[in-house]
Design a binder for this molecule. Structure first.
Ligand SMILES: [Zn+2]
Length: 128
């Protein structure tokens, strides 16, 4: 019966890590062209691991809740690992999404992949 999972309700009503990381090591912004949801993620990376993550999101409650959950979930991960998270992993992590909310899992995967790419390209830039 629940329209939203408990985790999404928790994070939507008490969002974690809202805003921007100052001087981020990587950031990504994605938008859903259909419903207009937007998610911006920025992170700090130290010793090859994400140590801080913050988000800004506009859109439906599921998109906001999912983005907030992401900022806690990805802590301690290697940036390259973000690109391996798929929609099923996101959906499981947020406690389930209804068919009408599944676009939020796709948006999350998109922003994680963009973030992984940004990390990779910045790391390359440092080597040259
Ligand atoms: Zn939405």
């Amino acid at each position: 019966m629940a329209r939203f999972s408990k985790a999404i309700i928790d994070h939507f009503t008490h969002p974690k890590n809202v805003g921007d990381v100052p001087a981020p090591d990587a950031s990504a912004h994605v938008a859903d062209p259909v419903c207009g949801d937007q998610v911006h993620l920025s992170v700090l990376v130290a010793d090859g691991r994400i140590i801080e993550a913050r988000f800004r999101a506009h859109g439906c409650a599921a998109a906001l809740g999912t983005a907030s959950i992401l900022t806690e979930w990805i802590l301690g991960m290697e940036p390259a690992a973000l690109a391996r998270l798929d929609e099923a992993a996101v959906t499981g992590k947020v406690g389930g999404l209804t068919p009408g909310q599944s676009h939020c899992a796709r948006l999350a995967v998109d922003v994680l992949q963009a973030l992984a790419q940004d990390c990779a390209s910045r790391a390359q830039g440092q080597r040259t």
